[in-house]
Design a protein around this ligand. Structure first.
Ligand SMILES: [Fe+2]
Length: 109
């Protein structure tokens, strides 16, 4: 854990917050973002050529938003001295969302 994370953790703990519990929340949230990013990527690929590309821009906007969410969450996790799981399967499985379907991008239920 770097010095900034130690200081941040001490400040948050000093405010009476259970930091380990707190870190688990953005980790679970971050775990869903690669799935939604993948869903939007696959969906976008399936929409190419329809309606003069306008609809693909909607999927692209959502895709970039999910990437930005992921990056912001990972930054915050690291600020608190947390880490992501070591592999994508473990990471995905803490998300609570189904994997993306490769045919349409819509999550499989
Ligand atoms: Fe998101």
């Amino acid at each position: 854990m770097n010095r900034i994370a130690k200081v941040t953790r001490n400040v948050v703990e000093g405010a009476g917050v259970d930091v380990d519990h707190l870190i688990g929340l953005p980790v679970k949230n971050a775990a869903a973002e690669p799935t939604t990013f993948s869903s939007c990527t696959i969906l976008r690929a399936n929409l190419i050529g329809l309606d003069g590309e306008t609809i693909t821009e909607v999927a692209e906007t959502a895709r970039i938003e999910d990437r930005n969410h992921f990056e912001a969450l990972v930054h915050r996790i690291h600020e608190l001295g947390g880490r992501l799981p070591g592999d994508m399967v473990t990471f995905h499985n803490v998300s609570g969302c189904p994997p993306a379907s490769l045919s349409t991008g819509i999550p499989v239920s």
